[in-house]
Structures are given as structure tokens and as C-alpha cells.
Design a binder for this molecule. Sequence first.
Ligand code: PGA
Length: 309
Amino acid sequence: MKPITLHQLKLFEVVARHRSFTRAAEELFITQPTVSMQIKQLTTSVGLPLFEQVGKRLYLTDSGRELLVTCQEIFDRLEQFEMSVADHKGLKQGRLRLAAVTTTKYFVPRMLGPFCKLYPGIDVEFKTTNHEGLLARLSENRDDLYILSQLPENMDISYHPFMENPLVVMAPTDHPLVKEKNISIKQLSGEPFIMREPGSGTRSSVQNLLEEYGVKVKVRLELGSNEAIKQAIAGGLGISVLSRHTLGLEGTTSELAILDVEGFPIRCNWYVIYPTGKQLSVVAHTFFNYLLAEAKQFSTYLKKSGQEL
Ligand code: PGA
């Protein structure tokens, strides 16, 4: 086998990711013939085809797929090495890949702000998706750390709770139940209900609680975003159960109210998790410790502003 260069592997990874020579060339700011030539040389070195063209689409062959996994391992190791060298030099440098469920949008960016100021050498990739999407990323080992509220079953993970995540019943401020106390959960069955999409962790927590109490709700609308649900509640389309954190740091809005319903809040926790045995990079470790410390302050702030339920 002719020696394979790191440069060729980097090009290959970009082509494989985009499944396109043209888009790879665009991302790398080089010409398409340069990309084709390098991939041709790499294919000759390997001695087996790496891609196959079916119609207009480019697919990876079995060897191509194997090479892609190898590339990712090599790049991860190199990145870890660079980060640990930077760490030895006393600099925290590198990339943090953080994936989290949608509700974390309401507080993780706030925590990331001071973190990035503290460590200007660290670049952050923050991806949000629903529970199911997050588990898919976790099983592919795509990120350094994951933040969610419903722990996955049947997955070998290390998990660390860092903050409470109360799920509350929200209604528009002019809803007749707003003034009532100790509302029976059975009363929810008479209300038009807005539910998160299948695959959402919030949805499964709500369904578990309703099942426990034997309550059936009339789902009028299913929406895939907390923000869309808040707007729908404010617009009078129904009531819903969302994390208290979707109300932001202030914890209230002029349009939404929290109902005092039996069984609520559903007391969940936020967890930071990663696959057991995963070698956390220096940067991931730094953020992990920062998150646990910062969450304490954040919770104290919520308590002081009377938002603790
Ligand atoms: P989700 O998040 O409702 O956005 O999926 C909650 C969780 O599962 O952690």
C-alpha cells in the first residue's frame, strides 16, 4: 500500500460527510479536480473503491465506511493530543462538542457565555435536538458531553445530575383555572391539550404521569418546539406541560401562568452524561467541572428569585 497522507484523509472525511466532491471542494476552498485527484490517489493506495456513484448520488462502499470510522478515530486522537499539549502549556484550547435536548436552550447558552470568556481558546459546538435525536447522537459517539433530563435505559452511561428540572402545567393568564388552588389532575381531561412531538422526553414524562393517574387528555395539537407550544398556549389553543425553564431566567411572562395541579410539578433533573469508558478530552473535563459548579450558583439564583417550586 502506498503511504496515505493525513491531508488525503481530511479530504476524504469532508467528501464522505457531504457525499459530494463539489460541496467538499466548496468547504475546503479548493477546486473540484483537486479533490477528485486526491481521492483517486487515496483509492489507489487503498486498492479498493471508496465511493460508488448510483445515479446522481455518491455512496460509501464498505471499505469507504471503514475508512471513515478510522479517520474519525485518528482525528479525535489527534485533537485530544493537541488539547492535552495545550493544557500542559497552561492554555485551555480546543473544541467542545456539546449536545443537549431542546429545553436547555433556555439556560445552557447563558452558562456558555462566561465559560467562553474564561477560556477564549475553546470553541464550542452546541447542538440541540429532542430526546430521541440526542440518544441517536450518543449511540454514534458524536459529541463530548450530552445534557438531558430523562436518562436513557439500556445504555451504558456515566451520569451526573446538576440541576432540578420541574415540569409544570402552563395556561394562558386569562384561563379560569389560574385562580384555583389544588386543581385535581382529572380536570386536565376537560382541557384542550398541546403535546410535544413523539420522541420528546418531556412528552414521555407527561404521558407516564397521566397514565399513573389514569387520566386521558384531549390532544388538540402536537408541536415539535417548546417555543411554538408557548405561543400556542398564549394564543388560547390549549394548555400544556413544559419545563419551568422554558420561561427563562425570569420565570414568568405576562402571557403564561403556571397551574397548581395535583401531581405537578413533575420533579425531573438535568443530567450531564457520556458513554461509560469514554476518554473525556481536557476541554470536555473543564466544561464538565464548570457546569457542575455553575449550576449550583444558577440554582441559588432561582431559589432567591422565588422560582423554586
Ligand atoms: P425533550 O427533552 O422534551 O426536548 O426531548 C427532555 C429530555 O428528554 O431530556
